[in-house]
Write a protein that binds this ligand. Structure first.
Ligand code: FAD
Length: 521
């Protein structure tokens, strides 16, 4: 064995011993052979949810896939070790999914961020680090007139972070989630092996990692499919006072992928939800609905869609919008359209972030719940939701839009509802609440909101066959139920790719025996 390798092994052994010790050894940067482990930071123990704060013992800022491989090879080679490791992308999880209590957090953003592009006649793609944010990929690919096909609403998320879930937005009905738009991955497995995988090479690992909640390996590179980027986007919003009409129109639009490029929608519960959702939409919206009273509220719905404008193609997007809207049944005169640059359209949530930051409402608690709901249950889900929401005081946004099942690959680890599986359409509903401690929502209020969300998730799971997206289950048995028939496959993949259960402790799916109490909240 080379001397340097021996030194590395000795250093890592010391690392394991120090991490297993009840005393916190890592109080300053420590040079474990080639691995520079840093003391923990507040960032490493927090996330966008601001609900859980689990401090790791150390942070790794890898400079290459090899750094991650060295760490995982050694940890997986020693059954002595109880050390866990979580990849942390942008930390925009809600329930501590990227945290590792007393373990090691790997800060993916420190990997070199260069992006390589391939522009071909048939196919174009970008090779990016798993720690690159989608906004950076967008900015760079636009310089070549290209862009990824499938997005999330917010772009300050990492490629590895969204691919570990699914990555959905208004383009998903047309192109599938982001995990359906990846050609190849480089993954460091829980055993420390660096594997390049794709649908035709090591397909099992490829499928496991996509939607795999960080359980099987760390995505260090991804090859993302690109398409020609439009210069502009015609962005349309239409209002409804009837839920069935709203969903019927949404389903109509997702049946027209040749005309429509994006479909979403949200519930308009009160003045605040109307105002905050209008920040990025630069049209003059003079919708002044009557919200009724606290006892008898009136609820509205807004459908939004977009049509790409490729200026060199001379397509008449206004004409296309006209053709589409003639078939819609929105409230009379309540349709608004505006043209914005493609970049501004995709980056729209950044404007909302800036506005919320300016009034101190971005870094607050975010008790969010996202659910995939079978089409047959969407009316009942709406009723369940309204039983658990006070329209006059709700703060945040409730998104509802349809997705098409045949755009999802069921070989990946992602979990979709089983019921209604013969129906092409299912819905995603995002209850994106803000709870501001300064505005009166401190500990008890937050716990009550979390309880309500759990009630919605449990009831919708049992009665409607809905499944959580970006799921959080407080117990391993909750996870078994979540995966259902997929559990065996998921557990078998874990045994194969991360047998010592080192990765992704913050998800609480495969707790190490002595961790179970910590993740039970
Ligand atoms: P993190 O929170 O850092 O990590 C998430 C999970 O992935 C953790 O388990 C972590 O260990 C694991 N992980 C991170 N990087 C890697 C890697 N390289 N390899 C393996 N595992 C890894 N989601 C949507 O689908 N659509 C949306 O429109 C959408 N909008 C959002 C808007 C906002 C404002 C926010 C805060 C979130 C939104 N999300 C949306 C959710 C978001 O996609 C997920 O929370 C995602 O995990 C965030 O990415 P991240 O880089 O912050 O990941």
């Amino acid at each position: 064995m080379e001397v340097s390798m021996l030194c590395t092994r000795v250093s890592l052994l010391i690392l394991i011993l120090s991490l297993c010790s009840p005393y916190k050894f890592i109080q300053s940067p420590m040079d474990f052979g080639p691995l520079n482990l840093l003391p923990t930071t507040t960032t490493a123990s927090s996330d966008f949810g601001r609900i859980l704060f689990h401090a790791p013992a150390a942070v790794l800022k890898p400079q290459s896939s090899r750094d991650i491989s060295l760490l995982l090879s050694f940890l997986s080679g020693s059954s002595l070790s109880k050390v866990t490791v979580a990849a942390r992308g942008a930390g925009h999880s809600i329930h501590g999914q990227a945290q590792a209590l007393d373990g090691i957090v790997v800060e993916m953003c420190s990997l070199p961020a260069e992006i390589e592009f391939y522009k071909g006649g048939e196919i174009s793609y970008a090779d990016v680090s798993g720690g690159v944010m989608w906004i950076d990929l967008l900015e760079q690919s636009l310089k070549l007139g290209l862009a990824p096909r499938s997005w999330t609403d917010y772009l300050y998320l990492t490629v590895g972070g969204t691919l570990s879930n699914a990555g959905i937005s208004g383009q998903t009905f047309k192109h599938g989630p982001q995990i359906s738009n990846v050609l190849q991955l480089e993954v460091v497995t829980g055993r420390g092996e660096i594997v390049t995988c794709s649908p035709s090479k090591d397909a099992d690992l490829f499928n496991a990692v996509l939607g795999g909640l960080g359980q099987f390996g760390i995505i260090t590179r991804a090859r993302i499919l690109l398409q020609e980027a439009p210069q502009k986007v015609r962005w349309v919003r239409a209002f409804y006072d009837d839920f069935n009409t709203f969903t019927k129109d949404q389903e109509l639009l997702v049946s027209m992928p040749d005309l429509v490029d994006y479909v979403e929608g949200f519930i308009v519960l009160n003045e605040q939800s109307l105002h905050s959702s209008s920040i990025a939409f630069p049209a003059n919206v003079d919708f002044n609905p009557d919200f009724g009273t606290k006892k008898s509220p009136n609820i509205y719905y807004c459908m939004e869609f977009a049509v790409h404008d490729y200026q060199h193609k001379n397509t008449d997007v206004e004409q296309i919008v006209e053709v589409i809207s003639r078939q819609m049944s929105h409230m009379v005169s309540q349709l608004y359209t505006v043209e914005v640059s493609y970049f501004d359209f995709l980056n729209r949530v950044r404007m909302e972030e800036m506005s919320l930051r300016s009034i101190g409402l971005w870094e607050v608690h975010h008790p969010w719940l996202n659910m995939f709901v079978p089409k047959a249950g969407i009316n009942d889900f709406r009723d369940l939701l309204m039983d658990n929401v006070s329209p006059d005081s709700f703060e945040g946004l409730i998104l509802i839009y349809p997705l098409l099942r045949d755009k999802w690959d069921t070989n990946t680890s992602v979990v979709l509802p089983d019921s209604g599986s013969t129906e092409r359409v299912m819905y995603v509903v995002g209850i994106l609440r803000s709870a501001n401690p300064e505005g009166g929502c401190s500990h008890h209020c937050l716990q009550e909101l979390l309880r309500r969300h759990r009630r919605i998730a449990d009831t919708a799971g049992v009665h409607l066959g809905a499944k959580q997206y970006l799921a959080h289950h407080p117990t391993p048995s909750g996870w078994h139920q979540h995966f259902g028939w997929r559990w065996e496959r998921f557990a078998e993949r874990k045994t194969r790719f991360d047998p010592l259960r080192i990765l992704g402790p913050g998800q609480g799916i495969f707790p190490r025996r002595d961790d179970s109490a910590a993740y039970g909240s």
